[in-house]
Design a protein around this ligand. Structure first.
Ligand SMILES: CC(C)(COP(=O)(O)OP(=O)(O)OC[C@H]1O[C@@H](n2cnc3c(N)ncnc32)[C@H](O)[C@@H]1OP(=O)(O)O)[C@@H](O)C(=O)NCCC(=O)NCCS
Length: 198
Protein backbone atom coordinates (compact mmCIF):
# COMPACT_ATOMS: atom_id res chain seq x y z
CA UNK A 1 0.00 0.00 0.00
CA UNK A 2 1.39 3.39 -0.98
CA UNK A 3 -0.04 6.11 1.21
CA UNK A 4 0.81 9.65 0.19
CA UNK A 5 1.11 12.53 2.63
CA UNK A 6 0.08 15.99 1.44
CA UNK A 7 -0.37 19.38 3.01
CA UNK A 8 -4.08 20.27 2.89
CA UNK A 9 -5.25 23.57 1.46
CA UNK A 10 -7.20 25.74 3.89
CA UNK A 11 -10.07 26.34 4.02
CA UNK A 12 -10.78 22.74 3.11
CA UNK A 13 -12.72 22.16 -0.09
CA UNK A 14 -16.22 20.73 0.50
CA UNK A 15 -15.04 17.27 -0.69
CA UNK A 16 -11.99 17.21 1.62
CA UNK A 17 -14.04 18.53 4.53
CA UNK A 18 -16.51 15.70 3.97
CA UNK A 19 -13.61 13.21 4.05
CA UNK A 20 -12.18 14.78 7.24
CA UNK A 21 -15.58 14.56 8.95
CA UNK A 22 -16.00 10.93 7.86
CA UNK A 23 -12.54 10.12 9.30
CA UNK A 24 -13.54 11.82 12.56
CA UNK A 25 -16.63 9.59 12.70
CA UNK A 26 -14.51 6.47 12.09
CA UNK A 27 -12.08 7.45 14.89
CA UNK A 28 -14.20 9.39 17.41
CA UNK A 29 -17.85 8.61 16.49
CA UNK A 30 -18.39 12.31 15.89
CA UNK A 31 -18.04 14.48 12.77
CA UNK A 32 -15.95 16.99 14.71
CA UNK A 33 -17.42 19.87 12.65
CA UNK A 34 -16.87 22.46 15.39
CA UNK A 35 -13.25 21.39 15.77
CA UNK A 36 -12.70 21.70 12.01
CA UNK A 37 -14.23 25.22 12.09
CA UNK A 38 -12.02 26.12 15.08
CA UNK A 39 -8.83 24.76 13.52
CA UNK A 40 -9.42 26.38 10.13
CA UNK A 41 -9.50 29.77 11.85
CA UNK A 42 -6.41 29.41 14.07
CA UNK A 43 -3.33 31.44 13.14
CA UNK A 44 -0.71 29.30 11.44
CA UNK A 45 -3.23 26.51 10.87
CA UNK A 46 -1.54 23.66 8.98
CA UNK A 47 -3.02 20.27 8.18
CA UNK A 48 -1.29 17.16 6.84
CA UNK A 49 -3.44 14.56 5.11
CA UNK A 50 -2.68 10.88 4.40
CA UNK A 51 -4.37 9.46 1.31
CA UNK A 52 -4.69 5.84 0.18
CA UNK A 53 -5.73 6.50 -3.43
CA UNK A 54 -8.73 8.78 -2.97
CA UNK A 55 -9.51 7.61 0.58
CA UNK A 56 -8.48 9.91 3.43
CA UNK A 57 -6.88 7.60 6.02
CA UNK A 58 -5.14 9.99 8.42
CA UNK A 59 -4.49 13.56 9.40
CA UNK A 60 -2.39 15.74 11.67
CA UNK A 61 -3.55 19.29 12.29
CA UNK A 62 -1.78 22.03 14.23
CA UNK A 63 -1.58 25.80 14.58
CA UNK A 64 0.59 28.47 16.16
CA UNK A 65 0.17 28.44 19.93
CA UNK A 66 2.72 30.94 21.19
CA UNK A 67 5.38 32.72 19.16
CA UNK A 68 7.54 30.11 17.38
CA UNK A 69 5.54 27.23 18.85
CA UNK A 70 3.40 24.92 16.73
CA UNK A 71 0.67 23.18 18.73
CA UNK A 72 -0.57 19.88 17.34
CA UNK A 73 -4.31 19.87 18.09
CA UNK A 74 -5.67 16.86 16.28
CA UNK A 75 -4.39 13.58 14.90
CA UNK A 76 -5.88 10.29 13.81
CA UNK A 77 -5.51 7.32 11.48
CA UNK A 78 -8.42 5.24 10.18
CA UNK A 79 -8.83 1.97 12.15
CA UNK A 80 -8.35 0.03 8.87
CA UNK A 81 -4.88 1.57 8.39
CA UNK A 82 -3.34 1.56 11.88
CA UNK A 83 0.10 0.16 12.88
CA UNK A 84 1.50 0.79 9.40
CA UNK A 85 3.51 3.86 10.32
CA UNK A 86 1.03 6.42 8.93
CA UNK A 87 0.76 8.52 12.12
CA UNK A 88 4.57 8.47 12.35
CA UNK A 89 4.89 9.66 8.74
CA UNK A 90 2.38 12.47 9.36
CA UNK A 91 4.27 13.52 12.49
CA UNK A 92 7.64 13.55 10.73
CA UNK A 93 6.15 15.74 8.00
CA UNK A 94 4.62 18.11 10.56
CA UNK A 95 7.84 18.44 12.57
CA UNK A 96 10.06 18.98 9.50
CA UNK A 97 7.68 21.66 8.24
CA UNK A 98 7.47 23.35 11.68
CA UNK A 99 11.26 23.49 11.97
CA UNK A 100 11.64 24.88 8.44
CA UNK A 101 8.96 27.47 9.26
CA UNK A 102 11.10 28.73 12.14
CA UNK A 103 9.28 27.22 15.10
CA UNK A 104 11.36 26.34 18.17
CA UNK A 105 9.08 23.57 19.42
CA UNK A 106 6.02 21.46 18.78
CA UNK A 107 3.61 21.02 21.68
CA UNK A 108 0.59 18.81 22.17
CA UNK A 109 -1.82 17.61 24.86
CA UNK A 110 -3.35 14.22 25.41
CA UNK A 111 -5.04 12.01 28.00
CA UNK A 112 -4.38 8.52 29.35
CA UNK A 113 -7.45 7.35 27.43
CA UNK A 114 -5.44 7.96 24.23
CA UNK A 115 -2.50 5.74 25.21
CA UNK A 116 -1.50 4.82 21.61
CA UNK A 117 -1.16 8.54 20.85
CA UNK A 118 0.78 9.13 24.07
CA UNK A 119 3.21 6.32 23.19
CA UNK A 120 3.50 7.57 19.62
CA UNK A 121 4.32 11.09 20.87
CA UNK A 122 6.95 9.82 23.31
CA UNK A 123 8.52 7.67 20.58
CA UNK A 124 8.85 10.77 18.42
CA UNK A 125 10.78 12.77 20.97
CA UNK A 126 8.03 14.45 22.98
CA UNK A 127 8.50 14.69 26.74
CA UNK A 128 5.74 15.06 29.32
CA UNK A 129 6.35 18.52 30.82
CA UNK A 130 3.14 19.12 32.76
CA UNK A 131 -0.11 17.70 34.03
CA UNK A 132 -3.25 19.75 34.63
CA UNK A 133 -6.69 18.88 35.98
CA UNK A 134 -9.29 18.95 33.22
CA UNK A 135 -12.94 17.95 33.67
CA UNK A 136 -12.04 15.50 36.44
CA UNK A 137 -9.34 13.98 34.25
CA UNK A 138 -5.58 14.38 33.96
CA UNK A 139 -4.51 16.35 30.86
CA UNK A 140 -0.90 15.62 29.87
CA UNK A 141 1.12 18.48 28.36
CA UNK A 142 3.92 17.43 25.99
CA UNK A 143 6.70 19.31 24.26
CA UNK A 144 9.32 18.46 21.65
CA UNK A 145 11.96 21.06 20.88
CA UNK A 146 13.02 21.34 17.23
CA UNK A 147 16.60 21.49 16.06
CA UNK A 148 19.67 20.31 17.81
CA UNK A 149 18.59 20.45 21.46
CA UNK A 150 19.61 17.84 24.07
CA UNK A 151 16.34 16.05 24.79
CA UNK A 152 14.56 14.45 26.61
CA UNK A 153 15.40 16.42 29.73
CA UNK A 154 17.19 14.65 32.58
CA UNK A 155 15.43 13.69 35.80
CA UNK A 156 14.60 16.50 38.24
CA UNK A 157 14.27 14.18 41.21
CA UNK A 158 14.98 10.47 41.53
CA UNK A 159 13.44 7.76 43.66
CA UNK A 160 10.86 4.99 43.66
CA UNK A 161 7.77 5.92 41.64
CA UNK A 162 9.56 8.60 39.58
CA UNK A 163 11.05 8.29 36.10
CA UNK A 164 12.72 10.60 33.63
CA UNK A 165 11.20 11.04 30.17
CA UNK A 166 12.49 8.75 27.45
CA UNK A 167 12.83 4.98 27.37
CA UNK A 168 12.06 4.43 31.07
CA UNK A 169 8.75 6.29 30.79
CA UNK A 170 7.81 4.48 27.56
CA UNK A 171 8.56 1.11 29.18
CA UNK A 172 6.51 1.95 32.29
CA UNK A 173 3.52 3.06 30.21
CA UNK A 174 3.74 -0.07 28.06
CA UNK A 175 3.62 -1.97 31.36
CA UNK A 176 0.33 -0.28 32.24
CA UNK A 177 1.51 2.52 34.54
CA UNK A 178 -0.26 5.91 34.54
CA UNK A 179 1.15 9.39 34.93
CA UNK A 180 -0.11 11.25 37.97
CA UNK A 181 2.19 14.25 38.15
CA UNK A 182 5.32 15.99 36.94
CA UNK A 183 8.06 17.92 38.71
CA UNK A 184 10.11 20.43 36.75
CA UNK A 185 13.22 21.73 38.50
CA UNK A 186 16.83 22.66 37.80
CA UNK A 187 16.51 22.02 34.06
CA UNK A 188 15.14 18.52 34.62
CA UNK A 189 11.73 16.86 34.57
CA UNK A 190 10.57 13.83 36.57
CA UNK A 191 7.30 12.02 36.01
CA UNK A 192 5.37 10.52 38.93
CA UNK A 193 3.82 7.15 38.09
CA UNK A 194 0.96 5.10 39.43
CA UNK A 195 1.73 1.44 38.70
CA UNK A 196 -0.73 -0.74 36.82
CA UNK A 197 -3.56 -1.65 39.24
CA UNK A 198 -3.48 -5.32 40.20
C1 LIG B 1 -2.77 7.08 17.79
C2 LIG B 1 -2.91 6.75 16.30
C3 LIG B 1 -2.97 8.07 15.53
C4 LIG B 1 -1.67 5.94 15.86
O1 LIG B 1 -1.73 5.78 14.44
P1 LIG B 1 -0.86 4.65 13.68
O2 LIG B 1 -0.75 5.05 12.25
O3 LIG B 1 -1.42 3.31 13.98
O4 LIG B 1 0.56 4.79 14.40
P2 LIG B 1 1.97 4.22 13.88
O5 LIG B 1 1.75 2.99 13.07
O6 LIG B 1 2.73 5.33 13.24
O7 LIG B 1 2.62 3.79 15.28
C5 LIG B 1 3.84 4.33 15.76
C6 LIG B 1 4.03 3.95 17.22
O8 LIG B 1 2.97 4.47 18.03
C7 LIG B 1 2.71 3.55 19.11
N1 LIG B 1 1.36 2.97 18.94
C8 LIG B 1 0.53 3.15 17.92
N2 LIG B 1 -0.62 2.46 18.14
C9 LIG B 1 -0.47 1.82 19.32
C10 LIG B 1 -1.29 0.95 20.09
N3 LIG B 1 -2.53 0.60 19.68
N4 LIG B 1 -0.83 0.50 21.28
C11 LIG B 1 0.40 0.84 21.71
N5 LIG B 1 1.25 1.65 21.02
C12 LIG B 1 0.81 2.15 19.84
C13 LIG B 1 3.74 2.44 18.97
O9 LIG B 1 4.85 2.85 19.71
C14 LIG B 1 4.01 2.46 17.47
O10 LIG B 1 5.25 1.92 17.13
P3 LIG B 1 5.34 0.34 16.75
O11 LIG B 1 4.23 0.05 15.78
O12 LIG B 1 6.71 0.24 16.19
O13 LIG B 1 5.16 -0.36 18.06
C15 LIG B 1 -4.19 5.91 16.03
O14 LIG B 1 -4.18 4.78 16.90
C16 LIG B 1 -5.48 6.67 16.22
O15 LIG B 1 -5.95 7.33 15.29
N6 LIG B 1 -6.10 6.57 17.40
C17 LIG B 1 -7.40 7.22 17.63
C18 LIG B 1 -7.32 8.70 17.60
C19 LIG B 1 -6.62 9.27 18.81
O16 LIG B 1 -6.57 8.68 19.86
N7 LIG B 1 -6.12 10.49 18.63
C20 LIG B 1 -5.42 11.18 19.69
C21 LIG B 1 -6.28 12.11 20.45
S1 LIG B 1 -5.24 13.07 21.56
Amino acid sequence: MAVRIERGELPLSPAVREAVEALNVACFWDRGSEKVDFLEQRPGSTVWLAWDDDELVGLKWGATARPREHHSHHGMVAPSHRRQGIASALMREQHAWAEAAGHRAVTTNTFHAFRPMLLLDLQHGFAVVGVIAHDGDCKLLLERPLGDVPWPPPAAIEGPGWVANGEALIAALRDGASIEGVVVADGGVSVRLTPRSA
